[in-house]
Design a protein around this ligand. Structure first.
Ligand code: ITT
Length: 210
């Protein structure tokens, strides 16, 4: 029987990628299946801190409101790190274009436009960047510390968006070893090479080894 996993995300693209990467041995639900679960404010200073916050708050909510004790709760906090911008947008990737530091997520298009603006005039060799993904995995129904898995994908930021696939900064990110962006390359390449794939490979190895 497939292992139940509740993914603590409101980002449908991210959820789809995680479901595809985990494969048929895992039966995934997302926050879309629990519309009353509260939104978690991402107040931590690191991706790992925010991933743990999102996972543990959903464990608590599911236990108290749905009497949910089955399987795992998984949260992904991810972002883009650009060398020429001292690691920005980093932990603020989802709200990079916001002017108010407490504002919620800003649209991908605005975040991408701000990134290009900040990098204008920077030559190719100054546009090195990487996606990072941190996944927190907690046992449903238990309040213990979650297991943390890190994934990374190196690449560079191109000068104008290309491609319609994926989400977020994908049309601007050219992974190492490719001439096209994740926006152009599509799921089959992203599911092998991405920061999320890297973190989820480690998670699956950990589940098999325990
Ligand atoms: P949840 O917190 O509900 O999971 P979110 O979109 O707010 O969804 P994060 O706080 O982890 O997720 O922010 C991640 C942001 O980083 C995301 O909105 C994108 O802008 C960017 N990002 C992360 N992974 C990405 C990917 O695979 N491709 C493109 N952009 C990505």
């Amino acid at each position: 029987m497939a292992t139940p996993v509740v993914i603590a995300t409101g980002n449908a693209h991210k959820a789809e990628e995680i479901q595809a990467l985990l494969g048929p041995d895992f039966a995934c639900r997302t926050l879309a299946d629990f519309p009353d679960a509260p939104e978690v404010e991402e107040t931590a200073r690191t991706l790992a801190g925010n991933a743990a916050l999102k996972a543990l708050s959903l464990v608590n909510w599911l236990k108290q409101n749905e009497d949910w004790n089955e399987g795992w709760v998984l949260a992904d906090d991810s972002g883009l790190e650009v060398d020429a911008l001292d690691g920005a947008p980093g932990v603020r990737s989802a709200r990079y274009a916001a002017t108010d530091s407490h504002a919620g997520n800003t649209p991908d298009q605005k975040n991408n436009a701000k990134l290009l603006h900040e990098l204008s005039g920077q030559r190719k060799h100054h546009r090195a960047a990487r996606f990072r993904c941190v996944i927190a995995l907690a046992r449903a129904g238990q309040y213990g510390k979650p297991e943390i898995f890190h994934g990374v994908c190196e690449g560079q930021i191109i000068e104008e968006p290309r491609g319609e696939n994926g989400f977020g900064y994908d049309p601007l990110f050219q992974p190492e070893g490719h001439e096209q962006t994740f926006g152009e390359l599509g799921e089959s390449v992203k599911s092998q090479n991405s920061h999320r794939a890297d973190a989820l490979r480690k998670l699956k190895d950990w589940l098999v080894a325990r």
